[in-house]
Design a protein around this ligand. Structure first.
Ligand code: SF4
Length: 395
């Protein structure tokens, strides 16, 4: 790799050639065109605000690693202006500042060849894990988390008010703590969907023997089952449990295997709700992959959700879709094979279709039907079929 400049993204060193000739703010505004701008760290963001909708990339200048004003620029872009494009810290930062840069809203760091020569890729990669308790992104976006982890680290009152015993924990720390708090009584219920590999990988890094349950309905895509088998092997999961419907009930209630067409609620009840009910009650807490940004109902979801008979541990509560992608890239995790075929939300084969560009990812589930949910809800200590229409997954 040429060492004129290097882009550090997801802990990896990449070619930065596409970042040459990025105009400064005055040039950008004068030209009234382009999708990238380079900002000095004393920039007046008020002047930039009208331009933000057309920008995809913003570089923020760091004249030296000791000058931290660029961090504040990134935070304002994220928090005050809701900028969702790419922000790159541009200058001789050092790996010790990488975690801070991510927390403030930067996506990447561009360093010159001399800086990179002193501290190469492995230093940056390891730096991502150096401050585990602060790994989660530390800024909010429109419709995003109500409280940022960055703010919370400095505001104990907020932490108290959040009513979340795991408030401010990174995803890894939440899992580690839950394992200790619910010793032997913690389970991960995985749908083997498009995001599932993140939690499976994270759990495997901490303890490969954590029980993982998967509802093997008998109606999954072959690709899902192959993906499952590959992940079990690759991640070394030692307690992966395939939960299957009762064979007698299957024979009695769905002898032709076509119940899904006639009565999908009854089919989900037979193949998901009842089998899950049979195993889940043995656990005091379960890990979910739910995230705050996904639905308005979840905007204030805590990382540890108490109440009811089973606690929920939501390690990814503060994550965004971007963070899932980042984690998968960082750890080189394989995507679900159906994703490349246009399936953005993946369930049983008869009830899942491709999603067109611009459609809600869930639109492919039970298409042309009022049904939008598999019916698995935990109420008053029991898994029960849902009655009202919802639009999000349980796991
Ligand atoms: S998703 Fe479809 S096939 Fe799967 S259990 Fe529900 S109705 Fe049956």
């Amino acid at each position: 790799m040429a060492l004129d400049a290097v882009l550090i993204e997801d802990g990896h060193a990449k070619n930065a050639d596409h970042l040459v000739d990025i105009p400064d703010l005055a040039t950008f505004i004068a030209a009234n065109a382009g999708e990238a701008v380079s900002l000095f760290n004393d920039v007046d963001l008020g002047a930039l605000a009208p331009q933000l909708p057309k920008l995809k990339t913003i570089l923020v200048d760091f004249p030296s690693f000791a000058d931290g004003r660029g961090f504040s620029v990134a935070r304002q872009l994220r928090k005050t202006h809701g900028f969702t494009g790419q922000i790159i810290a541009d200058g001789p930062l050092i790996p010790d500042q990488y975690s801070m840069a991510l927390q403030c809203g930067f996506d990447a760091v561009r360093v010159d060849g001399a800086t990179y020569a002193r501290q190469a890729e492995s230093h940056w990669f390891e730096a991502m894990d150096a401050f585990k308790s602060a790994y989660q992104r530390g800024y909010t976006l429109k419709n995003g988390p109500a409280t940022s982890v960055f703010d919370a680290r400095h505001t104990s009152v907020k932490a108290l008010a959040s009513n979340d015993p795991y408030f401010g924990y990174s995803a890894e720390k939440a899992i580690e703590t839950a394992l200790a708090d619910y010793d032997g009584k913690l389970v991960l219920a995985s749908s083997l969907g498009v995001d599932s590999v993140v939690l499976l990988h994270m759990v495997a890094q901490i303890d490969k023997s954590v029980p993982i349950i998967f509802l093997d309905t008998g109606k999954h895509f072959r690709e899902t089952l192959s993906y499952r088998d590959m992940l079990i092997d690759d991640l070394g999961l030692t307690d992966f449990r395939n939960i299957r419907p009762d064979p007698k009930a299957l024979g009695d209630e769905d002898p032709t295997g076509m119940l899904h067409a006639a009565d999908p609620d009854a089919c989900c009840n037979l193949r998901k709700v009842r089998p899950l009910d049979g195993v889940i009650s043995g656990f005091e807490a379960r890990i979910t992959g739910r995230k705050r940004y996904q639905t308005p109902d979840r905007h204030d979801m805590p990382i540890l959700e108490l109440g009811g008979r089973q606690a929920k541990v939501n390690p990814l509560a503060y994550w965004e879709a971007k963070d899932v992608t980042r984690y998968m890239r960082k750890h080189d995790l394989p995507p679900h094979p159906m994703l490349a075929l246009g399936f953005l939300s993946i369930g049983c084969q008869p009830c899942t279709t491709r999603v067109s560009e611009g459609e809600d990812p869930r639109a492919g589930r039970w298409r042309n039907s009022e049904k939008t949910e598999c019916g698995i809800h935990y109420i008053d200590g029991k898994w029960v079929p849902m009655e009202s229409k919802k639009t999000f997954e349980v796991f």
